[in-house]
Design a protein around this ligand. Structure first.
Ligand code: FAD
Length: 520
């Protein structure tokens, strides 16, 4: 107690010196709660981390950073804000892999969710991930919102099980991806990650701790899934599991014709049999061995380069089929049947085998490579879009060819793959185009500190092109600067989104960095 009092008095002194204007509001309320105060940090490292993210485009300085040691700490900080006459904003920060400051809170409190994970040891057995089975749900995992998907994978595999829907990259938190959608090449088959959740524990903006599902407190359940952190902080998610395969067959095929490429992609997501379908652009400046995964041998790479010199742009269709010991002898034949009659350039079909884990964790090796070259912690002016099928041909001509190829500025992976609306639940907050089939397009630029603004301008040009040509795109991981733009984004869902905000976070405390309700 003496030590805690000492720390608090030091904090008050320091804060008083640094930010005298806050002494009557936030620090006083927060520091008057002895327990919370000892877990609040205002040291340079904590503030620096919480005011930065993967995008490296935005900086918002919080007043303090909470390193919770229990879910109750988060309940208390939200309660402190909610019950105050001058509420302060609070942002849950998962792994900080947003690109536009979405997990930041200027002058507010950032809750470092992964601190909850630190209190569990590195041993998977004691992580906040528990695998269970019930007659109605089958196998599922109860997972802390702070957990990284890579840890969910490793722990569930110990039971021969795994989640069914993934993101390309696994060093993201469960709470972070469920606040958006969580998409990848499995989405066409299982829906996004938000479609594979049975139940959530959530701390609302009123500081209430509520368990919700499609049966209980369903309004909160659907609000939070894809809700951009606006309605509550996810502290537990009950995730769908299935029997895990052990290995994968992985195929990439190159196309020089976009129409054949998309026709084949759409065909492959309409049949049963494949477990993953994605696609990407291959351009001269965007080497085929980009950070997503290494696949092509040196001789393949030189063949592809000469074709690229001729064509300028190629399209790479990528599919995977899972298998295990029981299906090892038939998988090759089944895969060939599934891929029969496709329209790729005949000699440009490349296959490899991999373990299930290495396939799912494929981006990690690219990340480590880029980190070692100092190319990971750089600005990332990303633009992620859902493009309706009706507009994808125009999008190719106007964006991939006319803007990206001609301007010669694309500097990271460019993903393009279809998925289907029927796997998305309309009641959730996530927003998608109003068409049965739509494309996930990711322009995952890596810039330098000098050129990222030019890439940002290029992104604006792309958005303007879509607008002028009537391509009704929706942004994924959206970023807007005005209320009107958010209203357009949500369209007919805007009034529900607003009503839910008024109900679950009426003082607009949560996730201010999304800048939907908090513009300052
Ligand atoms: P943060 O950036 O920390 O937070 C994101 C938002 O969620 C913030 O508003 C925050 O306040 C809120 N939030 C965080 N935790 C919680 C919680 N527990 N409860 C409520 N709200 C919370 N996305 C895909 O869908 N598919 C991909 O394949 C994919 N690949 C990616 C690859 C890389 C290299 C990177 C950097 C990102 C990728 N993303 C992908 C995007 C990623 O899913 C989102 O940026 C996600 O928000 C990151 O998770 P995070 O834990 O870092 O969240």
């Amino acid at each position: 107690c003496f030590v805690a009092m000492f720390i608090i008095s030091r904090l008050i002194c320091i804060i008083g010196k640094l930010r005298p204007w806050t002494i009557n509001s936030l620090p006083y309320q927060v520091l008057s709660d002895l327990d919370i105060a000892t877990r609040l940090r205002i040291d340079q490292d904590s503030i620096r981390t919480a005011s930065s993210d993967f995008g490296k485009l935005v900086q918002e300085i919080p007043f303090a950073v909470l390193h919770p040691s229990s879910v109750n700490d988060i309940v208390r900080i939200v309660n402190l804000s909610y019950s105050s006459t001058v509420p302060f904003t609070i942002a849950a920060r998962g792994h900080g892999h947003s690109v536009r400051g979405q997990a930041m809170a200027r002058n507010g409190v950032v809750v470092e969710m992964t601190s909850l994970s630190d209190i569990h040891s590195n041993n998977n057995e004691t992580k906040n991930i528990k695998v269970s089975w019930s007659p109605s749900l089958g196998y599922y995992a109860d997972v802390g919102g702070e957990q990284l998907w890579i840890d969910v994978l490793r722990t569930t595999l110990d039971h021969g099980l795994a989640p069914v829907s993934w993101t390309d990259y696994l060093y993201l938190t469960v709470g972070g991806t469920l606040s958006n959608a969580g998409i990848s090449g499995q989405t066409f088959k299982h829906g996004p990650q938000i479609s594979n959740v049975h139940e959530l524990d959530v701390i609302t903006g009123k500081g209430e701790f509520i368990t919700c599902s499609e049966h209980i407190n369903s309004e909160l359940f659907y609000a939070v899934l894809g809700g951009l952190g606006q309605f509550g902080i996810i502290t537990r998610a009950r995730i769908v599991l299935d029997k895990a395969p052990t290995r994968v067959k992985w195929v990439r095929m190159l196309y020089d014709d976009f129409s054949s490429f998309t026709r084949d992609q759409e065909y492959l997501i309409s049949i049963n049999g494949l477990d993953y379908v994605e696609g990407s652009l291959v351009m001269q400046q965007n080497s085929p061995n980009n950070w997503r995964s290494s696949f092509f041998s040196a001789s393949h790479t030189s063949k592809i380069s000469s074709l690229l010199t001729e064509r300028g742009i190629l399209y790479c269709l990528e599919v995977v089929k899972y298998f295990d010991d029981h299906t090892a002898h038939t998988v090759e034949q089944e895969l060939e049947l599934l891929l029969e009659g496709l329209h790729h350039i005949p000699e440009f079909k490349f296959k490899k085998g991999d373990s299930f884990v290495d396939f799912l964790n494929r981006v990690r090796s690219g990340e480590l490579k880029l980190q070692s070259k100092g190319l990971w912690d750089v600005p990332h002016p990303w633009l992620n879009l859902f493009v309706p099928k009706s507009g994808i041909m125009d999008f190719n001509a106007g964006v991939f060819v006319d803007i990206l190829l001609k301007q010669n500025k694309a500097t990271g992976p460019i993903l393009v793959y279809p998925t289907t609306k029927k796997k998305w639940d309309e009641r959730m907050s996530a927003v998608i185009p109003d068409e049965d089939t739509f494309y996930c397009v990711g322009l995952l630029h890596s810039g330098t500190f000098d050129d990222w603004k030019a890439l940002g301008d290029q992104n604006n040009e792309i958005l303007e092109f879509c607008d002028k040509n009537g391509i009704k795109i929706k942004q994924y991981l959206p970023h807007y600067k005005s209320r009107q733009e958010w209203m357009n984004h949500f369209g007919s869902k805007w009034s529900t989104f607003q009503e839910r905000k008024a109900r679950f976070d009426p003082k607009m405390i949560l996730s201010p960095g999304q800048k939907i309700f908090n513009f300052v």
